[in-house]
Design a protein around this ligand. Structure first.
Ligand code: FMN
Length: 169
């Protein structure tokens, strides 16, 4: 898929076919994530690949706003490692770049995805850390649901001239 076309057509997909994603495609998606930019190239991220329906169902208890996981075949939990990147803001920015690469890598392969918030919701961070047995210095940033799309989503026009400022505000 051509890059700009991929950027403009990626949408959050929340309904998936009941078909697991092939291992080699998950690997391409993870590789895409690991080629994201990171501050000082520290790559302070970890990825927990979830391919077990019971674990996905349990994750709804940890992330109550992630009801879509009930019919999601795969997911990736993106975590930041504070022992590698002590600056929390950069850690989140690095992980966010990796997350966006996951969304775009998946889209390029015809796989739908949705970014599910964790970081910033204290109870959810605690629940997820406990459920996935994360070390103390590893912070769950977001979960990404993945699956072959069972819906088509189009975006409204998003290009807005009034969001653009040249040289100063
Ligand atoms: C930081 C962040 C957190 C998000 N959390 C959720 C979430 O918890 N649940 C969800 O369904 N979508 C979530 N989204 C997806 C947004 O709702 C979605 O990107 C937005 O509505 C724009 O739609 P699009 O992705 O189709 O362009 C999140 C997106 C971001 C960037």
């Amino acid at each position: 898929m051509e890059t700009i076309q991929a950027l403009l057509t990626r949408r959050s997909i929340r309904k998936y076919k009941n078909k697991p994603i092939e291992k080699d495609k998950i690997e391409i998606i993870l590789k895409s994530a690991m080629y994201a930019p990171s501050a000082m190239n520290l790559q302070a991220w970890h990825f927990i690949v979830i391919d077990n329906k019971n674990i996905l169902a349990d994750t709804i208890k940890s992330i109550p706003h992630a009801e879509l996981l009930r019919q999601t075949p795969n997911a990736i939990l993106v975590c930041g490692d504070k022992t590698i990147e002590a600056n929390e803001s950069w850690m989140i920015q690095n992980c966010s770049a990796a997350i966006q690469n996951v969304l775009l890598g998946a889209h390029a392969l015809g796989i739908g995805s949705c970014w599910i918030a964790i970081h910033g919701i204290e109870d959810v961070v605690k629940n997820v850390s406990k459920q996935f047995n994360l070390p103390e210095d590893v912070v769950p940033v977001s979960l990404i649901s993945l699956g072959y799309p069972d819906e088509t989503v189009f975006a409204e026009e998003r290009f807005k001239e009034d969001k653009i400022h040249y040289n100063k505000w």
